[in-house]
Design a protein around this ligand. Structure first.
Ligand code: MN
Length: 244
């Protein structure tokens, strides 16, 4: 067997294993390479009511998020080197894409896919919202003084983000901190987002009007206050434990 054959067999075996793993672990699916697929929500459209209404969830997932994925896949057609990246690696690589028009398309739609896949997993029905792990609670206290002070800081970042964007809790150098991004940017895009701290996202809040306008109209502050009821703290805590 030549080394080329050997490599290609190994590649096939690895790809097969990844595909089998992806079927078992929906959260891994979004990390795979292009073409990207949309995972079903891990709960019903109406599971977050009354805090986030079913119609908003249906349109947000079925139209907005789906469109980012479609546009991302279209942009990656015929670009095997970029398409081979996992979605996480694509975020980190965006700053190196030399074609600026392509970079913008990938930034908006790749970011849009990453952010929304992350957002759905960050949510849970109110009766399953849980609470931060002891380790995460300690890190929040160390950075902000208290859970209430953290929620105030996060809420301010979400409220003050002008126009469309996201508020984030990230882990950086072992500590947690709040930051925000415009549009569909996120804290995984080195060199692209000024005034944003980079790090591992733990919690993200979509403050685009499409995320709340049907139910809350212009009342972003009310949407933010209600959203805390449906945060999946088990997931956020697991991300904190997994993050370097
Ligand atoms: Mn959105």
């Amino acid at each position: 067997m030549t080394s080329e054959n050997h490599l290609s067999r190994r590649h096939f075996a690895l790809t097969g294993a990844l595909a089998a793993g992806a079927a078992l672990l929906p959260s891994r699916l979004v990390q795979a390479a292009a073409p990207y697929e949309q995972a079903a929500l891990p709960y019903a459209f109406d599971a977050l009511e009354p805090h986030i209404d079913a119609k908003t969830m249906e349109i947000h997932h079925g139209k907005h998020h789906a469109t980012y994925i479609k546009n991302l896949n279209t942009a990656l057609e015929g670009k095997a080197d970029l398409a081979a990246h996992s979605l996480n690696d694509l975020m980190a690589h965006l700053g190196k894409v030399e074609d600026k028009a392509l970079q913008t398309t990938l930034r908006n739609n790749g970011g849009g896919h990453w952010n929304h896949a992350f957002f759905w997993e960050t949510l849970a029905p109110a009766d399953k919202s849980g609470k931060p792990s002891d380790e995460l609670a300690k890190a929040i206290d160390a950075s902000f003084g208290s859970m209430d002070a953290f929620k105030t800081a996060f809420g301010e970042a979400a409220t003050k983000r002008f126009g469309s964007g996201w508020a984030w809790l990230i882990k950086k150098d072992g500590k947690v901190l709040v930051t925000s991004t415009p549009n569909q940017d996120n804290p995984l895009m080195p060199g692209l987002v000024p005034d944003t701290d980079l790090g591992t996202p733990l919690l993200g809040l979509d403050v685009w009007e499409h995320a709340y306008y049907l139910h809350y109209q212009n009342r972003r502050v009310d949407y933010i206050a209600a959203w805390w009821n449906v945060v999946n703290w088990d997931k956020v805590s697991a991300r904190f434990a997994d993050a370097k």
